[in-house]
Design a protein around this ligand. Structure first.
Ligand SMILES: [Zn+2]
Length: 407
């Protein structure tokens, strides 16, 4: 099966090609910029459209149906930041043609009775995990054992939680002890895997940088940024997944525009549309401070990644939705001052590079044909990323999409 995208604007994960030809064969990109070869099975007219690498959500918590939702929104890879699935479960999910590919931390490492225990305390039902059985530690020895167990059981990276609850409306949560956390980070590095750290305050960001964390997932929102904190993170080499959609929800701002957008509503379960229209409202500070923090981190040369923290849609809960909120996060990065191309890199080539996913995140010969086709030009108008005309996973077009022009 050979597909050619002709006369198309291409964002290749790094640069914009105003008009080019992209050929896909047997699930991989065969050529970019070469003349259209003979023997094309399917031609896609790219006039007025833009082709991009499939998007990567670098922070979600997924059930199999969430991976299907994500793919519908052009998200071809989901990097799970903590969940109860096994490596075997994930391989089976990702093998379905209507599912995004997935990597996972497996279960996150937290303090005894630490976050996210409190989120599940008052819930019951088949989708509610037994968090008391998740890895909890207060000693370096135990932290090392837990990390070994996670890596042995197929975690692609290890996630640690440094959360004392302030911005989530639950101050005083037990915080992972620093010696246990630092030992866990060292143990993960000895096993050759990346460490992700959930942290939402300036103090825990500094703690993570001191321990050698590879990534800060979430944003410090307890106070505005200052040069010292930004310099500390820049010097550590860590990347940042700020999850601005979620931060905005903590600050009482619902994604009402998204919840009313027909491009979203037609692809999303009503439960999730409802969640988009609500906010968590736990922390009353100006969202502009969060935007300014992200701008400062980006200006300091720190890699910023798109992540949503979309999770389980609890009845009545608010916040990010799978797939859809990736596009909202892109728009918020642009609102923070990143160029549209830079924002798109944050959901394509940058996460691929930082997570060592060498086979994706760009459109180049030899890479997986994970592709998103949109009407318009998101490299100048970021909102066009939601005008989805087609999604391909490993060269196979997702069924149920708008018919692309064949010949
Ligand atoms: Zn999360």
């Amino acid at each position: 099966m050979r597909t050619a995208f002709t006369d198309i604007r291409l964002f290749d994960g790094e640069q914009v090609h105003p008009t080019t030809t992209v050929v896909v064969e047997n699930g991989f990109v065969a050529s970019v910029g070469d003349p259209e070869p003979a023997g094309i099975d399917h031609a896609v007219d790219g006039t007025g459209r833009t082709l991009l690498p499939g998007l990567i959500d670098a922070h979600a918590h997924t059930l199999p149906e969430d991976l299907t939702t994500a793919l519908r929104f052009g998200v071809t890879t989901v990097l799970e930041m903590g969940g109860p699935s096994s490596a075997e479960d994930r391989a089976a999910w990702a093998a379905r043609p209507d599912s995004a590919d997935v990597r996972s931390a497996g279960l996150p490492v937290t303090a005894p009775h630490g976050h996210p225990t409190q989120l599940f305390a008052h819930l019951s039902g088949p989708d509610v995990p037994d968090v008391s059985a998740w890895p909890q530690t207060s000693t370096p020895e135990e932290a090392r054992r837990l990390v070994d167990r996670l890596v042995d059981s197929g975690s692609d990276y290890v996630k640690f939680i440094l959360e004392e609850g302030t911005v989530m409306g639950d101050p005083g949560l037990p915080l992972l002890r620093h010696d246990a956390y630092a030992a866990g980070v060292r143990a993960a590095h000895e096993r050759g895997v990346l460490t992700m750290t959930h942290a939402q305050t300036a103090a825990t960001w500094t703690q993570a940088a001191q321990a050698g964390a590879d990534a800060l997932v979430h944003l410090f929102i307890d106070r505005p940024h200052d040069d010292r904190l930004v310099d500390t993170i820049a010097a550590s080499g860590a990347f940042v997944t700020p999850c601005l959609v979620l931060a905005r929800s903590f600050m009482g701002l619902a994604a009402t525009d998204l919840a009313a957008d027909p491009r979203v509503v037609e692809k999303l379960d009503p439960l999730w549309v409802d969640a988009l229209g609500r906010s968590l409202s736990t922390w009353n500070v100006p969202f502009d401070d969060a935007l300014a923090s992200v701008a400062a981190l980006d200006a300091a040369g720190i890699d910023v990644l798109v992540g949503t923290d979309a999770s389980i849609a609890f009845p009545g809960s608010g916040g990010p939705a799978h797939g859809a909120s990736v596009h909202h996060e892109l728009a918020l990065l642009v609102e923070a001052g990143l160029s549209p191309a830079r924002a798109l890199r944050a959901a394509t080539s940058v996460p691929a590079r930082r997570f060592g996913l060498d086979d994706r995140g760009r459109v180049a010969p030899g890479l997986r044909a994970d592709l998103l086709l949109v009407d318009g030009d998101p490299t100048t108008t970021i909102g066009d990323s939601l005008s989805i005309a087609g999604v391909w996973r490993s060269g196979r077009q997702l069924a149920g999409e708008k018919e692309t022009v064949g010949r």
